[in-house]
Design a protein around this ligand. Sequence first.
Ligand code: SF4
Length: 219
Amino acid sequence: MDIGLNRALMDIYGSMYEKEGSRHWWPAENDFEMIVGAILTQFVSWKNVTTAIENLKRENLLSIEGICSANIEILEELIRCTRFYKQKAKKLKVFCLHVESRYRGSLDKMFENDLYDLRRELLSLYGIGKETADCIILYAARKPIFVVDAYTRRVFGRLGYFKEDESYDNMQRFFMDNLEHDTELFNEYHAQIDGVGSKYCLGKSPLCPECPLSKICKI
Ligand code: SF4
């Protein structure tokens, strides 16, 4: 670990936390709902994800057994508002059938795997990419892996740490190499970055005067 970078990263974290407080991320009632949200949230606003989750709840399908037994066309209809709904319905089905067949439907059993074994397993499933897998590992399995995303690239790019096209792996390594591996810290840090990225560090017109990072930002 680079002590200077660790201090800088913790200062950035402290500035964000001081302004926003805990973000209580991930917004879900249980681990399975968290996973469904992580699968549905790609390329769509969170508002649409919550609508889809409410639809699944209303039909008593928000469970591993529920998704496994659901008719695929009905599932597609219930999550239609999340875009790419056919692929997403298939992703939900594949994930749930996998947990059902290998772990008798128990997420707890699945989460007993070592962090990197679990990551390999998740990445082997249809439609689960690095960001989704890492969200599941951090927020549902509660194991310390740092989640990065487009907000991380933009905010830390403007802070002077990343190139515009910095890869997922490079960004993740940067945080993992220079922060203590602590699940609570990684949980809140990612949530804080997404808070700054969505509220202040907007694509075309960032709201720098209000941003908690304005004093240290390179822009
Ligand atoms: S000061 Fe401006 S450019 Fe820098 S992180 Fe904040 S919003 Fe983004």
